[in-house]
Design a binder for this molecule. Structure first.
Ligand SMILES: [Zn+2]
Length: 140
């Protein structure tokens, strides 16, 4: 046995990765209550209610040929932690900038908070229910 088989597992094909771009995605969840105060009083979303929100954070960039990743998913987790801590089990309307917390407004709020810390941020998806979501690509 010459060991070449084992060694080849550890060597990246850097000629391939040098020209590679990829998107990495990390999911987060939080529970929160909200009302949508701009809706007519007979609309059910005008009443206080809650959701189990899911957030997808998408980042695109060149794959680092030395490591083989765009960047560490932990960077996304670190940037999101204070935001999730703020929002989880909150009444969203009480948070500055979320006075009318539709999923569109929530996506824009996350974008503003994350754009300086997450190079390559390219899409945020907010799920209000398993079948209703908003995709936002930073187009203000
Ligand atoms: Zn709602």
């Amino acid at each position: 046995m010459d060991g070449r088989g084992d060694k080849s597992i550890l060597v990246l094909d850097t000629s391939l990765l040098r020209i590679m771009r990829a998107r990495i995605i990390k999911d987060f969840r939080f529970e929160a209550a909200h009302t949508l105060p701009s809706l007519p009083s007979d609309h059910k979303c005008r009443q206080m209610h809650g959701h189990s929100f899911k957030v997808e954070i998408h980042v695109e960039g060149e794959v680092n040929p030395e490591i083989g990743w765009v960047y560490d998913h932990k960077c996304i987790s670190d940037a999101m932690k204070p935001l999730i801590d703020l929002m989880d089990h909150s009444y969203l309307n009480d948070i500055k900038g979320l006075e009318s917390p539709t999923i569109e407004v929530i996506a824009a709020w996350f974008w503003r908070k994350l754009e300086k810390d997450l190079p390559g941020l390219c899409e945020i998806v907010i799920y209000e229910t398993p079948t209703a979501r908003c995709s936002f690509r930073g187009e203000f």
